[in-house]
Design a protein around this ligand. Structure first.
Ligand code: CP
Length: 311
């Protein structure tokens, strides 16, 4: 039966840990070993929304596994521009590719694609809903930096309302033991209530705060996010909150040596470039980990893990 990766909610903790272990194994392999894993296989990247990291890391992942890539980076470059439906696009692309990564502005589109397609579908971000591959690479990055996820104190900062990255990450962190999440956002960009309620059944906890400075003192890592202008129905509301949080190197003076700053990127002005040269900046390594984790995801969904003969 084909597998898809549509929502982080579809993964139990064991499956998440299995992905982290598979990514570590892939990272330890030589380039030649990796390049022998998927010869002749094709990944399609269908991006109806802009992307740098997700699309290019998927494509680099597939190329480095010995496979090939087809696709488009904007709807205007596909027959969507002539009125073709999303369903017909998926039914067509599955004729050409072995696996498909889809990014779309509408929530639920990846689930629809998975229901239609005969080949595995990967959700590369659907509106403000979910970004499960980002979450897996975030967890991989956190475990690499700290050796664990359990028990960490994590500040999530910025656009907690519209960030699909935050929504997926929160759901996953609730599965770990004793994670403490400090939610730092403007009042109008608080985490959705349904996610706050999900904490009731977990040992992880949520606490809301307005203060980035306090979170820096109390947490092991801060996960910054961009205020997502493109998701606001009214740009007047965006103008009111767009500069709510800005982290700079001076604010990091006094944090412990192990403290890390993560960000799914792209950033606008919420992390000053002077943070980049501090030992606390982890976001470019995080972006690199995206390629590694996406290799693991492609291998798993194509049932082509290292050591398993190709089907
Ligand atoms: N983190 C992330 O999804 O980045 P892109 O929008 O550049 O893909």
């Amino acid at each position: 039966m084909k597998k898809d990766l549509v929502s982080i909610d579809d993964l139990a903790l064991e499956s998440i840990l299995d992905y982290l272990d598979l990514a570590a194994r892939v990272e330890s392999m030589s380039g030649a070993e990796k390049a022998s894993l998927l010869p002749g296989r094709i990944l399609a990247t269908l991006f109806f929304e802009p992307s740098t990291r997700t699309r290019l890391s998927f494509e680099a992942a597939m190329c480095r596994l010995g496979g090939r890539v087809i696709g488009f980076s904007e709807a205007a470059a596909s027959s969507t521009a002539k009125g073709e439906s999303f369903s017909d696009t998926i039914r067509t692309v599955e004729q050409y590719a072995d696996i498909v990564a889809v990014r779309h502005p509408k929530e639920g589109t990846a689930r629809l694609a998975a229901e239609i397609s005969r080949v595995p579908i990967i959700n590369a971000g659907d509106g403000a809903n979910q970004h499960p591959t980002q979450t897996l690479l975030d967890l991989y990055t956190i475990r690499k930096f700290f050796g664990r996820v359990d028990g960490l104190k994590i500040a999530l900062v910025g656009d907690l309302k519209y960030s699909r990255t935050i929504h997926s990450l929160c759901r996953a962190l609730l599965l770990f033991e004793g994670v403490s999440m400090t939610l730092v956002s403007p009042e109008t960009l608080r985490l959705p209530k349904y996610l706050m309620k999900a904490a009731a059944a977990a040992t992880a906890t949520f606490r809301e705060s307005d203060s980035l400075a306090a979170a820096l003192r109390e947490c092991d890592l801060v996960y910054m996010t961009r205020i997502q202008k493109e998701r606001f129905p009214d740009l007047v509301d965006y103008e009111k909150v767009k500069d709510s949080y800005r982290l700079d190197a001076r604010m990091l003076e006094g944090v412990p040596g192990h403290f890390k700053v993560l960000h799914p990127l792209p950033r606008v002005n919420e992390i000053s470039p002077d943070v980049d040269s501090t030992p606390h900046a982890g976001y470019f390594e995080q972006a690199r980990n995206g390629m590694i984790m996406r290799q693991a995801i492609i291998l798993d969904l194509l049932d082509a893990r290292p050591g398993r003969s190709a089907t």
